[in-house]
Design a protein around this ligand. Structure first.
Ligand code: GH3
Ligand code: MG
Length: 566
């Protein structure tokens, strides 16, 4: 790198800089917040000079004297450079390569790049622009030209900021849009999961809003929406994330807020909105809102599950008469209307215990991630309740929880208590099966736990409910001919399924005998639990199919028992 080449132009640079007239400040080319500029040049004099010029204009300048240093600075998210002014020739590469690399650094906004060099011919200019530069500055650097080019860049950046604002903000209410909300919430969701922080989701919708439009006109409807949005925005903390979720639906994520605290907040906003008088051209109107509230539960996979549960709570609030909040716990206990008695005729008083799979395999909070992973793998168990020394349920651990810490170097030392999820969805065994069916039918969650006096007694999944339908409800004679097992072909299919289940049971039993003989006594506990829970599932299946199928079932049970004895 020829440092001396630039020293010769130092004098002319200084002269030109003093000739600069005071710039006029315009709306789009002004530097609204102190934009940060990265100046890359191996010549200290040039770096100092450009820094001086730009600092006086209100820019914040950071300098680098080689490509690597520049890239390190660009990759450091704390800088967020809006501009880069780079020399062509650098000690460890050239400006063209630096620009190409810089364009691959992920940034939240566009970075305007000016290439400063004495290689000012057309060919080089084209190369610089093609590599990703936005503008070109020939050396010796003229202050007024530098500032003018940076201002041209600032206009582009300001335009980008305005476009981003427009894209991220709902035009009518000024609230963030759903897209930007989801981006922000995804980060908050991961933070809450990582640090096990509480978080609540409140979603609300204006009651009978269509009437406002119908009676007072669409413009009046818009006015009401703006006013509700104003009250909403003024009721939240800075850390809360809010948006206009849909037409007249709004959503808030309240970080580090428990469901109980969120309920108090939700009730306050409900009262505030009900008390707000919206002054229209020809009338003054009041509106009420209905709200749904949910918090993350162990069974939720991601944010969309949380919003979905909150939205179902909102629907429940609407159906219960509006102008109220329904929190998730209430949703769990609610049973939808069944005026025709159709649902009751299907469920016929069935309770959760009738369809659940009993819990056999539990793990303790002190077990290691290594041991439990091995246990899950050996016995193909996807999840297990975690119980303390008294047998009280304290959490649930699944393959997913184990996966999340699998990359850590010490799986022998990580205790299950560290990875298990505690916020469980539990129902008593005596609860109506219809209530659990309704819940699993409404949300994406697949499984709930059945607990009695704090102890896990069973698991009720969508699969267990379907199995209950197949083995019980669909087989009843009074359920209609189309679903009954009338057809000979169906009977043969059922027979085959039954035989298959019996064979697997026999095979598992043989495996158990072999394992007991060949494994050490230390391994017996986990192995027996795993195998027996699998056998238990099969037996439930066999018994259920016999129960609903009279003589035929008995015949197949006989063959199942025979297979077991093989
Ligand atoms: P509910 O209590 O069940 O929520 O009844 P509702 O009348 O509020 O709900 P419905 O879904 O029947 O009607 C919502 C209306 O909101 C219909 C739609 O035209 C209106 N709407 C949606 N977005 C806007 C908007 O931006 N401006 C105006 N003025 N109206 C809107
Ligand atoms: Mg509405």
């Amino acid at each position: 790198m020829d440092d001396l080449r630039f020293r010769g132009v130092w004098k002319s640079l200084v002269v030109k800089s003093t000739e600069l007239s005071t710039p006029t400040v315009q709306q789009f080319d002004s530097c609204p917040i102190r934009s940060r500029v990265l100046v890359v040049d191996d010549d200290k004099l040039i770096r100092t000079l450009i820094s001086e010029f730009l600092t006086r204009e209100g820019y914040e300048v950071v300098t680098a004297d080689n490509c690597l240093q520049a890239l390190d600075l660009l990759e450091d998210p704390k800088h967020e450079f809006k501009f880069m002014v780079t020399d062509w020739e650098l000690p460890d590469g050239n400006g063209i390569d630096l620009i190409r690399h810089a364009r691959h650094v992920v940034q939240s906004h566009y970075m305007y790049i000016v290439m400063a060099t004495s290689h000012g011919d057309r060919e080089n200019l084209t190369r610089a622009l093609n590599s990703g530069a936005d503008d070109f500055l020939t050396k010796p650097i003229d202050r007024s030209e530098l500032i003018a080019r940076i201002r041209a860049g600032q206009r582009i950046l300001n335009l980008e900021t305005r476009l981003t604002q427009l894209a991220n903000t709902d035009v009518l209410t000024g609230l963030p849009t759903r897209r930007v909300f989801e981006e922000l919430v995804a980060k908050e969701w991961s933070r809450a999961q990582r640090y096990r922080l509480p978080l609540s989701c409140v979603i609300f919708d204006i009651d009978f809003f269509k009437r406002i439009n119908d009676i007072h006109g669409h413009a009046a409807g818009d006015q009401v929406l703006r006013e509700i949005a104003r009250v909403f925005a003024s009721s939240v903390r800075k850390s809360d994330i809010i948006c206009r979720y849909g037409g007249e639906e709004f959503c808030a994520i309240l970080p580090e807020t428990s469901s109980a605290q969120a309920y108090i907040w939700a009730d306050n906003i409900r009262k505030r909105i009900a008390a707000t008088e919206v002054i229209l051209d020809a009338a003054v109107v009041n509106v009420t809102i209905s709200l749904g509230l949910a918090e993350p539960l162990s069974e939720m996979e991601d944010l969309s599950d949380l919003i979905e549960v909150a939205d179902h709570c909102l629907l429940e609030a609407k159906s219960k008469g509006r102008n109220q909040i329904v929190a998730f716990n209430e949703l769990r206990e609610s049973v939808c209307n069944d005026p025709s008695g159709h649902l009751e005729s299907i469920f016929q008083g069935a309770i959760a215990a009738d369809a659940m799979t009993p819990v056999v395999s539990t793990v303790t909070p002190q077990s290691s991630v290594f041991d439990i992973s091995q246990f899950f793998l050996d016995y193909r168990i996807p999840s297990a309740p975690v119980v303390d020394d008294e047998g009280t349920l304290v959490g649930i651990v699944s393959e997913k929880d184990l996966m999340s810490v699998a990359v850590r170097s010490n799986p022998h030392e990580i205790e299950i208590s560290e990875v298990m999820r505690r916020n469980l969805i539990c129902y008593p065994p005596s609860i109506s099966l219809r209530v659990v069916w309704e819940f699993l039918n409404r949300v994406s969650i697949r499984t709930v736990l059945i607990t009695e006096n704090g102890k896990a007694v069973g698991v009720l999944s969508r699969q267990s409910i379907l199995r209950w339908f197949a083995n019980t409800a669909w087989k009843r004679k009074d359920h209609g001919n189309s679903l009954a097992f009338q057809d000979e072909q169906e009977q043969r299919l059922a027979m085959r399924r039954l035989e298959q289940a019996a064979k697997i049971l026999a095979e598992t039993s043989r495996q158990l005998t072999y394992d007991v003989e060949t494994r050490t006594p230390d391994e017996h506990g986990a192995m027996v639990i795993g195998t027996v829970s699998k056998m238990q599932d099969l037996m439930v299946e066999l018994l259920a199919s016999v129960g609903g199928n009279g003589g035929n079932g008995a015949m197949h049970l006989h063959s199942a028992i025979e297979s077991l004895g093989e």
